[in-house]
Design a protein. Structure first.
Length: 399
């Protein structure tokens, strides 16, 4: 007879391991407390009376400037090894340096880690100190068109990195693991510096996730929820067709699409376009006192006007992870009825990319490593309007 206790332990381990593939610990604040969603850690502690309001995917906690959230101390011990710490926040109001997250027992630059908002410059400051003489800092600018922002901190070996809104900002190299004081507690809006030169966060927090490994830049980008943003990017449709416009995770008090008369129903957050001509749609969303803006252009073409030679491949691209021109591929896919191949070669004639998928883009890497800057050549064989075509040209990779 099988050992029932062994089977139960095995199933429990499998369940936790499966969860850890996505994250190890999650405080999503869906139940409006500081409890870890899977009860894998002791509950945190709420100080004050924060509001329970709509967040990114469920509820979020809205701190008034007098409230704090203390997380379990076990997280501090886990940060001795590689980790990723990620959360989303929204600022309602800030007049001076604003404490968002900290692990410190005093306001000295010793055995600490903190994340502070600087309202004068709409900037985030990530600080960490091994000792007063070993202080590190990274500044990151926030997008003024967004209300919700994501912060991720990773540790890999002795390298600590900051990410904002899914994008890499910078890295510092510590001499040793950042020691965190015995009395320091991971917390939101509870820094000891508040009594000196800071104020507590007046805003919302949501989706605090902790991973027991350093996520890669690509993983962080892929997990980003795109709050306040239109996920559907500039695209082209044939005249007479329609397209559903998708929006990232968020909860709005109100929103407005413009021009609304070009949409099937502009009262829907994710509407369907019906434009017969090229139109740029703007989404304005309101969360508390914050206003966010994003836009998307839906290009409309007549199928009879297609130019088989107009694949619209750029002459250069910059695969540096900044979210702009990071991939290279065919923009005008409407030209192609079927794709036989899309190949890219370096200057020595080695093939570094090959696909038969019209929408697949090259990320500027070969065998898992970034290619060096320089000239490359593409070769595309495709069918357009029932005839075969071959396109060949050079382009540059910039860093």
């Amino acid at each position: 007879m099988p050992n029932i206790r062994f089977l139960v332990l095995l199933l429990t381990f499998y369940a936790v391991s499966s969860t850890a593939q996505e994250y190890d610990y999650l405080f999503d604040f869906a139940s409006c407390d500081a409890r870890e969603a899977n009860n894998l850690l002791a509950p945190g502690l709420i100080i004050g009376d924060p509001k329970c309001v709509c967040g990114l995917e469920n509820n979020s906690l809205e701190l008034s400037g007098d409230d704090s959230v203390l997380l379990p101390e076990e997280l501090k011990d886990l940060m001795k090894e590689d980790f990723t710490l990620e959360f989303y926040f929204l600022i309602n109001e800030a007049t001076t340096l604003t404490d968002i997250f900290s692990i410190r027992s005093s306001c000295t630059l010793d055995s600490m880690m903190s994340i502070t908002y600087i309202p004068q410059y709409n900037r985030i400051l990530f600080e960490a100190a091994e000792a007063p003489s070993r202080y590190h800092s990274i500044f990151g600018n926030l997008n003024p068109d967004l209300c919700w922002h994501e912060i991720a901190i990773t540790k890999q070996g002795l390298e600590y990195s900051l990410y904002l809104d899914g994008q890499y900002v910078n890295t510092f190299l510590a001499a040793l693991n950042i020691p965190l004081g015995s009395n320091a507690i991971p917390s939101f809006a509870n820094s000891p510096c508040i009594v000196v030169d800071q104020e507590r966060l007046n805003g919302r927090i949501d989706e605090f996730k902790f991973y027991r490994r350093a996520l890669s830049t690509l993983e962080i980008k892929e997990k980003y929820l795109y709050p306040d943003q239109i996920i559907t990017r500039d695209t082209t449709i044939f005249k007479g067709d329609a397209i559903d416009i998708k929006v990232g995770a968020s909860c709005y008090d109100d929103f407005n699409w413009s021009p609304g008369n070009e949409l099937v129903d502009d009262q829907l957050l994710e509407p369907t376009s019906k434009n017969e001509e090229t139109v740029t749609f703007t989404l304005t969303s309101y969360t508390g006192s914050c206003v966010a803006n994003d836009e998307v252009t839906i290009y409309v073409i007549d199928e009879n006007d297609i130019d088989c030679n107009d694949l619209k491949l750029p002459s250069a691209f910059t695969p540096n992870g900044d979210g702009l021109n990071d991939t290279y591929g065919i923009s005008n896919t409407f030209v192609i009825d079927s794709l036989e191949y899309f190949e890219i070669y370096d200057r020595w004639g080695s093939r570094v990319f090959n696909t038969q998928q019209i929408n697949q883009q090259w990320d500027g890497s070969f065998s898992g490593q970034p290619v060096n800057p320089g000239m490359f050549l593409y070769k595309i064989k495709f069918t357009c309007k029932g005839e075969q075509h071959i396109a060949v040209d050079n382009f540059s990779v910039l860093r």
